[in-house]
Design a protein around this ligand. Structure first.
Ligand SMILES: [Zn+2]
Length: 162
């Protein structure tokens, strides 16, 4: 929707302006790099407020400068974990809406995953069923999808007598 005024020009956020969001976005960019290697890293863009009393709004945007969805809600608790959850949601919204694809995908099920807390770490959660481990599963913590593409060592399997 356009108003009578020109929309304020977004500006690229410099590293260190929003350190917690920088760190969170770096994790998301790691996951982006391994899942969509043709994509340039996501960036933080700030849009100046219409009203000088208001804070600027920061968005997670594609390298092209486009974004989709809400701005990053400033976190009163200043908590890195919730900052990561907020940035993960925004990154996912921008990527899925602007690139028209679910992201990130669970390679096993071909389903789009969602960020969820698991063992106190934000993780990519897939609704697909696994016969051995019941319905739904967590694929990796957010920022660690590269471990699946380049595993540091083969996973050890524990066999249990049944
Ligand atoms: Zn899955």
């Amino acid at each position: 929707m356009h108003t009578l005024f020109d929309p304020p020009e977004p500006r690229r956020v410099s590293p260190g302006e929003y350190p917690m969001w920088d760190r969170a976005l770096a994790l998301l960019n790691r996951d982006l790099a391994v899942t969509l290697p043709e994509q340039e890293p996501l960036q933080l863009l700030a849009v100046p407020p219409y009203d000088a009393d208001e804070p600027e709004n920061v968005y997670v945007a594609l390298a092209s400068g486009e974004w989709h969805g809400n701005y990053l809600e400033p976190d009163p608790a200043d908590d890195p974990a919730s900052a990561l959850a907020i940035v993960a949601d925004a990154a996912q919204e921008t990527v899925t809406e602007l690139l028209w694809q679910a992201w990130p995908l669970c390679a096993e099920h071909g389903l789009g995953m969602h960020p969820r807390e698991a063992d106190e770490q934000l993780s990519w959660w897939c609704a697909g069923e696994r016969s051995t481990r019941g319905p739904a599963h967590v694929l990796a913590t957010v920022g660690a999808l590269d471990a699946l593409v380049h595993p540091p060592r083969p996973p050890r399997k524990r066999r249990r007598a049944s």
